[in-house]
Design a protein around this ligand. Structure first.
Ligand SMILES: *Cc1c(COP(=O)(O)O)cnc(C)c1O
Length: 493
């Protein structure tokens, strides 16, 4: 069956999956959404022995119907290969009272690799299919992890240029170093004076700058996005929720069709939206639990139906979730409103004008499957320590936010449904916070913290992080957010 994508705001051409991936965002500034959410034909119990690749090959074709099975198989095999340090790609590990979906065994030690290892392959395949011969210039704003994963994914991929803009003061030392040491002739990395929302808003503005697009088109370039608004990122993220559920069927004592809860540490709402899609496809999910840090705009939204971004922005120990404008929520609003493009357009207009909107009773009703909570930094760090002391299992601050919110949820509800927690980063990527959490001696910097953490826990350090300190810095520019369009214009000559 052919899958068509339309814009959440209703004023754009309907396109197939290949075009939607190439364009990233629709021309009316809306996000592409699938026309319907497909169901899986086979009973889950028949899939338990499949590999990660095979599961991906059950899911991707349903959303990406422009691609042949051969093409998708090729993309999947190129994406999930020996770059991943775990042979099963995504280990599912029991610790405490939950199962952790370890999404961080890719090259950059965070879950963004799950989508950004495959996006460049989907994109270049889409370009061939659409007989596009422009070079794709990918623009990405990052709260830390997307940027590095996009750089790794796109580095030296023919027919692409990759630009990454990160908030100068909003990412960890390790995250920044990962980006500024990036190799590859087509990689362009800039620090931005400002926070993530500033960077993301400025990149969106560059996308909507028609003059810029025209000038670049004249030189053979087309802009696209590697942010989680691209459906080529969203769809591959559905796979691991099925995979994790199947691991519980296989060895977690779960019976077929038994429900699970899924807890996701959430920023831009991409990862949890993929879990929502999985549940709509037929994965038995009881609750989708959205976990935030002290920037808890989503907690408030899910609990009240009012989205209010007018609040101070806080830098936390889980920087990849320091977000007040959560882009992918727009897609959920679209689905829950019964595909009401007019309602979504109005809400997004309110958000842009006033930083605030309130959804209809219909959308609120649709939110019933969701629960939400937040954890502050002190709670996050003590959660890391408690779990480690009790079980020896080490989690990063983002995952700890999710685990703490889950603990609160269990306490409040007594719900003992088996629970999957999206574990989104290696603890080593945020070693300074994690050493502080474990009350180790003050480390002088992120690299010293990595060594200390290794000494104290014995957990293996990801190779890429171990060698990072000695890599030369290649990207040194820091710019103002107003300069993004000019920089892109100047580089793509
Ligand atoms: C990006 C990121 C998140 C948030 O994911 P979203 O899809 O933006 O909600 C959480 N944890 C880590 C480590 C991340 O890199």
């Amino acid at each position: 069956m052919t899958m068509i994508y339309r814009s959440t705001r209703g004023n754009a051409e309907k396109v197939g999956s290949a075009k939607a991936i190439i364009r990233g965002i629709a021309e009316d500034k809306g996000l592409y959404v699938p026309d319907f959410i497909p169901e899986l034909d086979e009973p889950l119990s028949e899939l338990v022995d499949l590999s990660y690749h095979d599961i991906a090959l059950k899911i991707l074709p349903r959303f990406l119907s422009d691609f042949t099975e051969e093409e998708l198989r090729d993309c999947i095999e190129k994406a999930y290969d020996a770059k991943f340090s775990a042979t099963e790609i995504v280990p599912v590990v029991q610790a405490g009272d939950a199962w952790f979906i370890e999404l961080y065994h890719g090259k950059t030690s965070a879950f963004k690799d799950m989508a950004l290892s495959i996006l460049p392959h989907l994109l270049t395949t889409a370009l061939k299919k659409e007989k596009e011969d422009s070079t794709i210039a990918v623009l990405t704003a990052t709260s830390g992890d997307t940027g590095k994963a996009a750089l790794e994914g796109f580095a030296d991929v023919p027919g692409t240029e990759i630009f990454v803009f990160f908030p100068q003061d909003g990412v960890s030392q390790i995250q920044a170093r990962q980006m500024v040491t990036q190799e590859g002739e087509n990689t362009h990395v800039y620090g931005i004076n400002g926070n993530f929302d500033d960077a993301q808003t400025a990149v969106k503005r560059a996308f909507n700058d028609l003059e810029l697009a025209k000038r670049l088109a004249g030189r053979g370039y087309r802009l696209s996005s590697a942010n989680s608004i691209n459906i080529g990122r969203l769809v591959p993220q559905i796979v691991y929720y099925f995979w994790a559920y199947l691991q519980l069927l296989k060895r977690g004592g779960l019976a077929p069709d038994d429900p699970v809860n899924i807890v996701v540490p959430t920023g831009n709402f991409g990862n949890i939206l993929a879990a929502y899609y999985a549940s709509e496809m037929g994965l038995p999910v009881k609750r989708l639990i959205c976990a935030s840090n002290i920037n808890h705009v989503l907690t408030d939204f899910i609990n009240t139906g009012i989205y209010n971004a007018n609040r101070p922005f806080c830098v936390t120990s889980s920087p990849s979730m320091d977000i007040l404008i959560s882009s992918n929520l727009e897609r959920l609003l679209y689905h829950l409103s019964g595909k009401s493009e007019t309602e979504v357009s109005r809400l997004m207009e309110d958000l842009e004008q006033n930083g605030l909107y309130e959804v209809s009773p219909k959308i609120r009703k649709g939110l019933e499957k969701f629960r939400a909570g937040f954890a502050d930094d002190a709670e996050t760090l003590s959660t890391i320590k408690k779990l480690h002391d009790k079980t020896g299992y080490l989690i990063d601050p983002h995952t700890a936010v999710a685990y703490k919110v889950y603990q609160d949820y269990r306490m409040e509800t007594g719900d003992d449904t088996p629970t999957l927690i999206a574990s989104t980063a290696s603890a080593y990527k945020f070693a300074e916070s994690v050493t502080a959490a474990l009350e180790l001696k003050d480390a002088s910097d992120g690299f010293a913290a990595i060594r200390q953490l290794h000494c104290a826990t014995g957990v293996a350090v990801p190779v890429e992080l171990e060698t990072l300190e000695k890599k030369p810095v290649r990207h040194k520019s820091v710019i103002d957010k107003e300069e993004i369009a000019a920089v892109v214009d100047a580089v793509l000559r």
